[in-house]
Design a protein around this ligand. Structure first.
Ligand SMILES: [Cu+2]
Length: 178
């Protein structure tokens, strides 16, 4: 399984523009939803809409470390679930299982994709379902870059960017055992 996927694609300009617009539209005392710092930019942040009765949820994003220094995602936090964890998927004896990780390394100048079949943000015991079309603010804390607020977009329940390109499209991660 190819978990780390490096790309040279840059969406910096777009996210700088969003960050600037948000700074201008918000007061000094309100939090700034950066999505991007001078060292980091987070793009394609999404959650899958919750199925009826679904207890947990998963979030994904592409995180670009623009710095010449390695960084590490230390935590994700939000009040939408009882716990927010970082997970990866390990396949043992042909069975894919989710495992909690204590951090996700961000190589210098690299992009790490949190995507179905690999690293993801796990929302354990959702307080409310994720509703398609809404955005959910989640705080990422990095060892070097500090706190970055990221707005996650809630995609349709059937959304899967990997469909057709990997063998994991059928995976139903939110329902996997922890
Ligand atoms: Cu998980």
């Amino acid at each position: 399984m190819n978990i780390l996927h490096f790309t040279t694609q840059s969406r910096t300009a777009k996210f700088m523009a969003i960050a600037t617009a948000m700074v201008l539209s918000m007061g000094i005392l309100t939090p700034v939803y950066a999505q991007s710092t001078s060292e980091l930019s987070v793009s394609d942040a999404w959650l899958r809409a919750s199925a009826p009765m679904q207890v947990n949820g998963a979030g994904y994003a592409a995180i670009q470390n623009k710095s010449a220094k390695a960084d590490r995602l230390l935590s994700a936090s939000a009040d939408v679930a009882e716990r927010v964890e970082m997970h990866t998927i390990i396949t043992e004896n042909g069975v894919a299982q989710m495992r909690q990780v204590t951090g996700i390394n961000m190589p210098a100048g690299g992009t790490v994709n949190l995507a179905p079949g690999g690293f993801h943000i796990m929302f354990v015991k959702l307080k409310q379902p994720f509703v398609q079309g809404k955005t959910v603010p989640i705080k990422f804390t990095f060892e070097q870059a500090g706190d970055v607020m990221v707005n996650f977009e809630v995609k349709p329940i059937t959304y899967n960017p990997n469909r057709g390109s990997t063998g994991h499209a059928g995976h139903s991660m939110p329902n996997m055992k922890h």
